[in-house]
Design a protein around this ligand. Sequence first.
Ligand SMILES: [Zn+2]
Ligand SMILES: [Zn+2]
Length: 284
Amino acid sequence: MSGRPELPEALSHPVADNHCHLDIARGRDEPALPVDEALSLAASVGVTRVVQIGCDLEGARWAVQTAQAHDQVVAGVALHPNEAPLLAEQGRLDEALAEIERLARSSDRVRAIGETGLDYYRTGEEGRAAQHESFRAHVELAKALDKTLVIHDRDAHEDVVRLLDEVGAPDRWVMHCFSGDADFARACLDRGAHLSFAGTVTFKNAEPLREALRATPLDRILVETDAPYLTPMPHRGRPNASYLVPLTVRSMARTRGLGVSELCAAIAVNTDAAFGGPWGAHGV
Ligand SMILES: [Zn+2]
Ligand SMILES: [Zn+2]
């Protein structure tokens, strides 16, 4: 476990990691933690629930199985916006979308369709048509199945909102790893979003993001790791995991001028609202 940050001080009110990838290793030198260990480390510091996000067909199947095997986990299934153009190139996008629908219908443990959305950072112009098609299909699916839509938006704020307006936002949707400023936060909030803040909100140069956090009503705030990526300060660059949520949520509480437990209590309620009801020890 070389390079893994130590456990932070435990939270006194439980909170969920609202977006993570328990199945993704950052490289051969940094394998993913075994699921049981990842979940028990998280629970030991008060991170008692996890939303596991599958990003391709294999990841989506894994997410469903993991959510079925662990009470504290629910699943999101989708084709990541960086996957969609690759599948389209191979002529397999429709078939893959149909499989995502089948998986989403296969279990009540699937609470979310996501992560879908647009990524103009890692995908160039040539991949945008496929991303748009895939994003629209996922929005429709979330609405048809009454699941929560989880959106990935990297350098694509305007088009995400434009497409969402065209298709019509579902009742529940989450902007994961929110990366905009206060104005963009308001544009999302006006359309019913919960905004999920990741370790990026702890970074020194993230003042516009902290402004967005200040502009978000307390009942629309979520916290996530996006593990194994986006490790919060002071461990930026090392592997992320759900047990590091306390670092991010403490930083968020400071930004908001709130007690940590007060913020965690609000986030726990928001998680239930955002993902269609409680789960885990007190849910289903
Ligand atoms: Zn993402
Ligand atoms: Zn993610």
